[in-house]
Design a protein around this ligand. Sequence first.
Ligand SMILES: NC(=O)c1ccc[n+]([C@@H]2O[C@H](COP(=O)([O-])OP(=O)(O)OC[C@H]3O[C@@H](n4cnc5c(N)ncnc54)[C@H](O)[C@@H]3O)[C@@H](O)[C@H]2O)c1
Length: 343
Amino acid sequence: MRTKRTFRLEMKHHRRLDKEPLRSVYASMTSQKEPKKLKVLVTGGAGFIGSHLVGGLIKEECEVSVLDDFSTGKLENIEHGLSQPKLRLVEGDVREPQKVKKAIGDSEAVFHLAAITSVPYSVAHPDVTRDVNVKGTLNLLEASLNSGVEHFVFISSCAVYGEAEHLPISEEEPTRPLSPYAESKLEAERKCREFYAKHGLRTTILRPFNVYGPGMRNDQYGGVIAKFIERLQSGKPPIIYGDGTQTRDFIHVQDIVTAMMMVMGDEKAAGQTFNVATGIPTTINQLAQLLTQLLDDEKIKPQYRAARQGDLKHSYARIVKARNSLGFEPKIALKQGLLNLIT
Ligand SMILES: NC(=O)c1ccc[n+]([C@@H]2O[C@H](COP(=O)([O-])OP(=O)(O)OC[C@H]3O[C@@H](n4cnc5c(N)ncnc54)[C@H](O)[C@@H]3O)[C@@H](O)[C@H]2O)c1
């Protein structure tokens, strides 16, 4: 029997799929025509990746709202934009439905990045992680469905793959999450697919690999690039856990921003999942060598420590799907991206 609610959702479903899709922000960036001034919500907009996206959207004349609780994000990341009428800040938690509703307002598109992002933190606090990353996403999806949102882009993570059997890792690779963080991202992905399949909300899932660039975290939960740079700049050797032959796929934050903008409003992206990466494996030994060269400190040799439990051996992506469907091509080579960071 159809309940009132399922009927309402079915009606919404039909209305939504009949609607004209949003024009891609990227298409408007590259066309000669006046860009459409999209209204966009960025959750986690004060964080590392979110603040770069906010900057990119404002440049494209979008009207941007940010929902952030500043747990790891910083006001200074978006302060420059707050002087402009195009940026609205809602301070609050994605777990609070009222705050989420307020933040969505009349947004046409949502980029959902707010999350607990640290794997070690998630191991110590699995319940909070699940609450923020899954319940928070569900709040966003429900509020988007009940408002005028046309496209919902969820920023997941390559962590959902765990230790992959096939390399490079394609979107078809079975998922084997190895931490509460990865599990929460996978569950949030399922919710996004469900809202697309059952309710017709256009959702797209992006799985970034290792993102680096200006403003990345350099606290205890920061990534390997931040840690190596910090140690090398204070004259200390980088510490490598294991033999350093483990691989990662490092992608510059500007390339991630480009991918996010390309996906927005692209009809082909609705209901799809894309890796966002370079497709190039770099070993941790190569990374250490590159940084010591760039910092002109080749006398400094890395120190090796026992491999850490749970560290992945190999993680690099196949990016054919994003390339073919979206025309995505990463532009910033690792050497160039690192050089920009340290000079
Ligand atoms: N940095 C990477 O290498 C990487 C790789 C894959 C996926 N991701 C994903 O990209 C997104 C952004 O990551 P980032 O590296 O910019 O991390 P970040 O910690 O800098 O950004 C997360 C933002 O979310 C906010 N936030 C956290 N909990 C919140 C809550 N309950 N309510 C409202 N806001 C909250 C934080 O204050 C912060 O501004 C995350 O979803 C992360 O899982 C990042």
